[in-house]
Design a protein. Structure first.
Ligand SMILES: Nc1ncnc2c1ncn2[C@@H]1O[C@H](COP(=O)(O)OP(=O)(O)OP(=O)(O)O)[C@@H](O)[C@H]1O
Ligand SMILES: [Mg+2]
Length: 347
């Protein structure tokens, strides 16, 4: 489905690569819309098709089937001047920055303006250098910059032609966690200040959590789940999504429990292990103590994490309750707006 007014839309896109007569299907029947001003995170494992998907937005790859639209314009069908015009509206940043070693910060950022023949160059470049916080480094060469500073140059360069869309291919994957946070904060600021639509691909759920308003999970060339980030964090349905979430939301079981967990309920004295997910303003603490005081069901808390997804608190607890009372406990929690999932049993 192609939504009119979308900044980017993929309409039943397929892509296959043929090498020596052997075809690889990199993408299959991908439909996805990115609203103007959204930050859409695409997450998937290596080889899932993320880069291929992204590269179609600026015409570096053409779809084998279906269409990719940027601001309503069909990228795959565009040639020559029409393609250049679309590309001017689409900036891109890369994992390894792709800066020219022989050019200074200033000169790297000026390059797209020189190529596009946009003048005057100086005030635009100075403004961009300021925006990304590199005023003190304008005459340095890439080799004299840290990874985070290099990516700031990459971001400024991508913004030079005042694009409407910014593509990011694993732009923080080469950076340490602290630097990653500052670069993501810069992207969020740019999104907010300039109303730029950002499509970013990553294999790290923490990146999606920290910045993306919307997300899609890609697995084996197909979108298996897509929606508002917060909704998917609260109700992941696909196993790939759950496995990505495990690393960032306390969804993983502590090893000592995981080792004992059984899928079938044992005959005697079992505890049911339940994941409780809470979102928004639901607090679990009173709920769990009420469970004990109102229903008389004792609860063991095995693991938990609370964090923020976008502006909302979001958390997961893993609890164990007597298996005989577990159904009543789950019903109670669900009635109070929490999500529960049975993970298994321990003896
Ligand atoms: N130019 C190409 N020629 C042939 N096959 C390709 C080409 N580009 C990508 N592929 C194949 O398409 C599939 C998807 O590749 P893609 O680079 O999009 O994955 P990715 O999700 O970006 O992976 P990674 O996280 O490792 O960067 C892979 O099987 C890959 O080998
Ligand atoms: Mg890739």
């Amino acid at each position: 489905m192609t939504e009119t007014g979308a900044a980017i839309s993929f309409d039943r896109v397929g892509k296959s690569f043929t090498k020596k007569g052997v075809a690889t299907l990199a993408l299959e029947d991908v439909s996805l819309s990115v609203a103007p001003g959204a930050i859409m995170g695409i997450i998937g494992r290596s080889g899932a098709g993320k880069s291929t998907l992204l590269r179609m937005v600026n015409g570096l790859e053409r779809p084998s089937t279906g269409r990719v639209l940027v601001g309503g314009r069909d990228v795959g069908a565009a040639r020559g001047a029409a393609l250049r015009e679309i590309r001017r509206d689409v900036g891109m940043i890369f994992q390894h920055f792709n800066l020219l070693a022989s050019r200074t910060v200033y000169e790297n950022i000026a390059l797209p303006l020189e190529i596009a023949g946009i003048a005057p160059i100086r005030p635009r470049v100075e403004e961009l250098i300021e925006r990304v916080g590199l005023s003190a480094h304008r005459d340095r060469y890439p080799a004299e910059l840290s990874g985070g500073q290099k990516q700031r140059v990459g971001i400024a360069r991508a913004l030079a032609t005042q694009p409407k869309v910014l593509l990011s291919d694993e732009a923080t994957s080469a950076l340490d966690p602290e630097t990653t946070r500052t670069v993501l904060a810069l992207l969020a600021e740019i999104n907010r200040d300039l109303g730029l639509t950002i499509l970013l691909i990553t294999h790290e759920m923490a990146v999606v959590r920290d910045i993306a308003t919307h997300m899609a999970v890609i697995d084996g060339g197909r979108i298996v789940e897509a929606g508002a980030t917060y909704d998917i964090f609260s109700r992941p349905t696909h196993p790939t999504t759950r496995s990505f979430l495990g690393g960032v939301t306390g969804l993983t079981l502590p090893a000592f429990i995981a080792g004992q967990l059984q899928a079938e309920r044992p005959e005697v004295e079992a505890q049911e292990v339940i994941r409780v997910t809470f979102a928004g303003n639901h607090a679990t603490d009173p709920m769990l103590s009420l469970l004990t005081s109102e229903l008389g069901i004792p609860v063991n808390i095995l693991a938990g994490a609370i964090e923020e997804v976008g502006p909302h608190p979001f958390g997961n607890l893993i609890i164990a309750v007597d298996a005989a009372q577990a159904e009543a406990a789950r019903a109670y929690l669900e009635r109070h707006g929490l999500l529960t999932e049975v993970l298994g049993y321990v003896g």
